[in-house]
Design a binder for this molecule. Structure first.
Ligand SMILES: *Cc1c(COP(=O)(O)O)cnc(C)c1O
Length: 423
């Protein structure tokens, strides 16, 4: 299948090429020229999650320049090697736990698929790559874990000194091998600027084969649509109705993937974006004027985004404001409500949720109570123990994958905010 840029000025390329490129030359994001139809997919014959992933993704990789049918089957087996449970919480109320991957957040789906795909591509091009990624939290950990020990790929992770949690820092620094962590004496914005500066330095970028692994890469977006196909079919077989899907959203990569799944014709009633105090999308729905802004710090910090980068893809899908309003619903949740919801959910159901998931749960309670719904859970609460534990008055058991790294010693290089320090 062919992919084009949202800005329309780059030539058509296949998915494999778009994944290798990251951003299109005209600065836009890659989107499919048309969406496949999954209406007639025979779910009953699919026996595992990797097989489901293969069926959903195969149309996008038809006649691909790099990725063959066999490659895709192997990529899906390699990338999705963990559980994706749909938990029943109340009557027709369920939670899709997307945090059973190695770094305990949903970003493992995208990062692992991207890493496996790039590894296959390198086998063919024989050109080594350097992944450059700036992180304020979950992204760097997922990317580092996914690319660890992948042949022909080196990863440079940049994080701001004193601004990531101890557990997050461990995830970035204990792996070693082809993963090098850099502790930047500056802010997250400084880290992002260093990445940009390095990409702008054409000579250096060529020499190192620089590639980005951030959330606008098609290789992170496509695999995220699989769990919406999977969960909505499962929900429908359990309850006989289509679910509303409520998604904790920041850069809207996760929700954009849900819209792509929806467009292919899967049993979804509606898609709802739960955001924190960063209200760019609810404000747009209300006023019809799109005004990205600086981000506000909240308890759901992985969603602290004032200018969501994947909005460009949503506008490409639903350009007109009236069409946009027809498909997109979004509500903002305050820090007070996040805390209250974590407490209340634990008290009523003994179920522990992270601050991001709490945004979706609050939207459910306020606007979708007793309607068939899937609340999307994006991270394990133990990753945010300093917020969650005081609220529930209990220590959260740490998942094995995180426990394993806590005792290991991390290694990093301290650098200034000059990008030349990392080469
Ligand atoms: C990244 C992240 C989000 C936001 O996802 P987007 O795709 O950026 O909308 C939500 N929750 C958690 C835990 C995350 O790490």
């Amino acid at each position: 299948m062919d992919f084009v840029s949202t800005r329309g000025l780059s030539k058509k390329i296949t998915a494999g090429e778009a994944i290798l490129k990251g951003l299109a030359e005209d600065g836009g994001l890659y989107v499919p020229v048309k969406f496949p139809s999954l209406v007639h997919m025979n779910i009953s014959q699919i026996s595992s999650y990797p097989e489901m992933a293969f069926e959903v993704l195969a149309p996008y990789f038809e006649n691909d320049k790099y990725i063959t049918v066999n490659d895709l089957a192997e990529i899906c087996m390699d990338a999705f090697n963990f559980n994706v449970p749909l938990i029943q919480l109340g009557d027709k109320e369920s939670v899709l736990e997307l945090y059973h991957g190695p770094t305990a957040a949903f970003k493992d789906f995208g990062a692992r698929f991207l890493a496996s795909t790039l590894e296959k591509i390198i086998e063919k091009t024989q050109k080594e790559l350097t992944i450059l990624v700036a992180t304020s939290g979950d992204t760097g950990g997922a990317v580092a874990s996914a690319f660890h020990d992948k042949a022909g790929i080196n990863v440079k992770v940049l994080y701001p000194k004193d601004r990531v949690s101890e557990r997050q820092k461990k995830q970035l620094t204990v792996l070693g091998g082809n993963i090098q962590a850099y502790e930047v004496d500056g802010s997250f914005d400084d880290c992002q600027k260093m990445v940009k500066d390095a990409f702008m330095d054409k000579e250096l970028s060529q020499k190192w084969g620089l590639t980005s692994a951030n959330s606008i890469n098609l290789g992170r977006l496509l695999p995220q649509s699989v769990y919406y196909v999977y969960a909505s079919h499962l929900f429908r077989s359990m309850y006989g109705v289509n679910p509303n899907i409520i998604i904790p959203s920041g850069n809207v990569g996760n929700s954009c993937a849900a819209y792509w799944a929806f467009t292919t014709g899967v049993p979804i009633e509606s898609i709802v974006l739960a955001v924190n105090a960063n209200k760019t999308i609810p404000n747009y729905l209300e006023t019809g004027e799109y005004k990205p802004s600086a981000s506000i710090h909240t308890l759901a910090n992985a969603m602290d985004v004032g200018a969501p980068s994947n909005m460009e893809r949503l506008f490409n899908l639903y350009g007109d404001i009236d069409v946009f309003r027809q498909f997109v619903t979004s509500y903002s949740v305050s820090d007070e409500d996040i805390k209250e919801t974590i407490k209340k959910t634990y008290k009523e159901t003994s179920y522990i949720i992270c601050p991001h998931t709490a945004c979706a749960k609050k939207v459910y309670e306020t606007h979708y109570k007793n309607k068939p719904s899937i609340i999307v859970s994006t991270a394990h609460p133990a990753k945010f123990e300093t917020i969650v534990e005081p609220l529930i008055g209990k220590t959260i058991p740490v998942p094995e994958s995180i426990n394993d790294i806590l005792s290991k010693k991390g290694r990093f290089i301290s650098v200034s905010t000059n990008y030349k320090d990392i080469f």
